[in-house]
Design a protein around this ligand. Sequence first.
Ligand code: FES
Ligand code: FES
Length: 176
Amino acid sequence: MKTSAESPVGGGAAPSGEPARQRLSLRVNGVEKQLDVAPWTTLLDLLRESLDLTGTKKGCDHGQCGACTVLVEGKRINSCLTLAVMKDGCEVTTIEGLARGDALHPLQEAFIEQDAFQCGYCTPGQICSAVGLLAEGRARTEDDVRELMSGNLCRCGAYPNILAAIQQVRGRGDGQ
Ligand code: FES
Ligand code: FES
């Protein structure tokens, strides 16, 4: 007599097997990437562990600190909350992709000029978030900037200088 183990019903992976990896195309910092990823891989882990783009930081890994902020199709997102497979075919920009050759992005320059970081751990997320903020065009006042940057936490408390850096670029209108 056959046992149920000898007569599997339906498809899917074998009990001991892993789900199939998924082929994914991304354009990261202007370069086409094709990757096979496990379906549960976050965009953050993909960037850091598969593409070696470690500028993007893992802080809380729960969407609460903003350290992992990157730009997808020009919009800021928390990459720790985003499955990589959800962004198949998208354009991703990380802190490593903001400079143009040797020329820093205006926000990177402003962060240096305004002394807007201490340990620097939150800085890549702050800068990517600020790029997204300026592209959104919703910040009309200093209070707006504070409010719209509130998802990016800085354990060093560099907020006044971060605000000054963003305001410096916002005033010139060249942050995108
Ligand atoms: S690591 Fe993503 S929000 Fe904290
Ligand atoms: S500069 Fe240290 S966490 Fe922001």
